[in-house]
Write a protein that binds this ligand. Structure first.
Ligand code: UFG
Length: 324
């Protein structure tokens, strides 16, 4: 297939783009490089540089003809979204509107969307099934939920074959592709920076959550396992249908457990300090991924937290300055 990957220079997008190239798909990456890295665009994929907020550019790009789109380009930081809600809606909802409009004009019939566990807010039931009520606790999650809903309407109105994949916490690295955010806000790379000595200590955001050790609990999924789900979703989707799948391993790890696992993987002493809760963070997010396992036969091959940390650690040691 000829596929467009928006945000294909970012952490998740670059890994999925490389998997698509490997599977023999003609792959074009659309990225404005505001967060992504030119060097992260895989060999064999072509980069078209520009923003989804530029409607004319998006139309022109889609008019080149594609069989499907995998849409990753978005702002994705919970705390930042609490500070700048308009920017999050403009980018995430506005970008998706331009993309879907241009796909409609060009007759592109397939879409896989990078959605998030943040749409569930503070779930009443853990592990969280797709049938759980949505109720995001931050603008990031709200903006993603708005796009999920929009996609559902477009699938109904126009026969789009669409899948939303609701990621839990993505971790690890894949070959030459890894996590390189500026600034870094994600727990595992931060913990590994402390292990490497490029950061003095790790702040534990919140030690009074109603969890086993008082720190927040998340479900970590390996980037390669997460990536494979996109191809399965792309192939399985049917016109007029919008499928929604959670993507996680179904096991929760607290912030302190992540730090402990990183100490064991790296053999380094990692200093921590207690800090207040971070705005917009829910106490516990753990996925039920029964639906995608049953419908698409998805199985994680690297479900262990230590394997994810160890792949991220190896990448960080091979790329001490990230992609720079
Ligand atoms: N945390 C710390 N110290 C840090 C960094 C993070 O204690 O220095 C804590 C956070 O407060 C949170 C947990 O570690 O409780 C995980 O935080 P991350 O920033 O790694 O990930 P989030 O759970 O906030 O967010 C990720 C994605 C979002 C997505 C969300 C859904 O970045 O895009 O998962 O689960 F919405």
């Amino acid at each position: 297939m000829k596929l467009l990957v928006t945000g294909g220079a970012g952490y998740v997008g670059s890994v999925v783009a490389s998997q698509l190239v490997e599977a023999g798909h003609e792959t074009v990456v659309l990225d404005d490089l505001s967060k992504g890295h030119k060097e992260a665009v895989p060999e064999g994929a072509r980069l078209v540089e520009g923003s989804l907020l530029d409607e004319a550019f998006v139309r022109e790009t889609l008019a080149r003809g594609f069989d499907g789109v995998l849409h990753f380009a978005a702002l994705s930081l919970v705390a930042e979204s609490v500070e700048e809600p308009e920017r999050y809606y403009r980018n995430n909802v506005g970008g998706a509107l331009n993309l879907l409009g241009a796909m409609g004009e060009a007759g592109v019939g397939r879409l896989v969307f990078s959605s998030t566990a943040a749409v569930y807010g503070e779930p009443g039931e853990v592990p969280i099934p797709e049938t759980a009520p949505t109720g995001p606790t931050n603008p990031y999650g709200s903006s993603k939920l708005a796009v999920d809903r929009l996609i559902g309407h477009v699938a109904e109105a126009r026969g789009l074959a669409a899948t939303s994949l609701r990621y839990f916490n993505v971790a690890g690295a894949s070959g030459r592709f890894g996590e390189d955010h500026h600034p870094e806000t994600h727990l595992i790379p931060i913990v590994l920076q402390a292990a490497a000595g490029t950061r003095e200590s790790v702040k534990i955001f919140g030690t009074d959550y109603p969890t086993r050790d008082g720190t927040a609990v998340r479900d970590y999924v390996h980037i390669e396992d997460l990536g494979r789900a996109h191809q399965l979703a792309l192939e399985a989707s049917e016109p007029g249908e919008h499928r929604v799948y959670n993507l996680g391993n179904g096991s929760g790890f607290s912030v302190l457990q992540v730090v402990e696992a990183a100490r064991s993987v790296t053999g380094e002493d990692i200093r921590t300090e207690e800090a207040p809760r971070r705005a917009g963070d829910p106490p516990e997010l753990v996925a039920s991924s029964d639906a995608i396992r049953a419908d698409l036969g998805w199985r994680p091959e690297k479900p262990g937290l230590e394997a994810m940390i160890s792949d991220a650690w190896a990448w960080m040691q091979e790329h001490p300055d990230g992609y720079e």
